[in-house]
Design a protein around this ligand. Structure first.
Ligand code: SF4
Ligand code: SF4
Length: 84
């Protein structure tokens, strides 16, 4: 069964409080985290297609702002069709 990640960074992230932090970026060997510099303090986001679900970024985040949840691709597809 194929697996995908449901990955989110919520507003507990220090960047939303105008505090610079890049701990998650340094922890991601898959280069799945990038920062948007259009804000006063750059905000992180996760590229779901590159994320392996290793969880290292969650461990490195001082505010527990990151959630990584594995979902089965087949189930995601089924849920999609159930909502059509
Ligand atoms: S779970 Fe792993 S691969 Fe995914 S964003 Fe976090 S550190 Fe990167
Ligand atoms: S480690 Fe946590 S607080 Fe720091 S930038 Fe990443 S998500 Fe935000």
């Amino acid at each position: 069964m194929a697996w995908q990640q449901d990955a989110h960074i919520n507003e507990n992230c220090l960047a939303y409080q105008n505090v610079m932090c890049m701990s998650c970026l340094d922890s991601c060997d898959a280069s799945a985290i990038s920062f948007n510099y259009q804000h006063k303090i750059a905000r992180p986001s996760i590229n779901i297609s590159a994320c392996t679900g290793c969880g290292f970024c969650q461990s490195s985040c001082p505010t527990h702002a990151i959630s990584i949840t594995p979902i089965a691709a087949e189930n995601a597809t089924l849920e999609h069709y159930e909502h059509v």
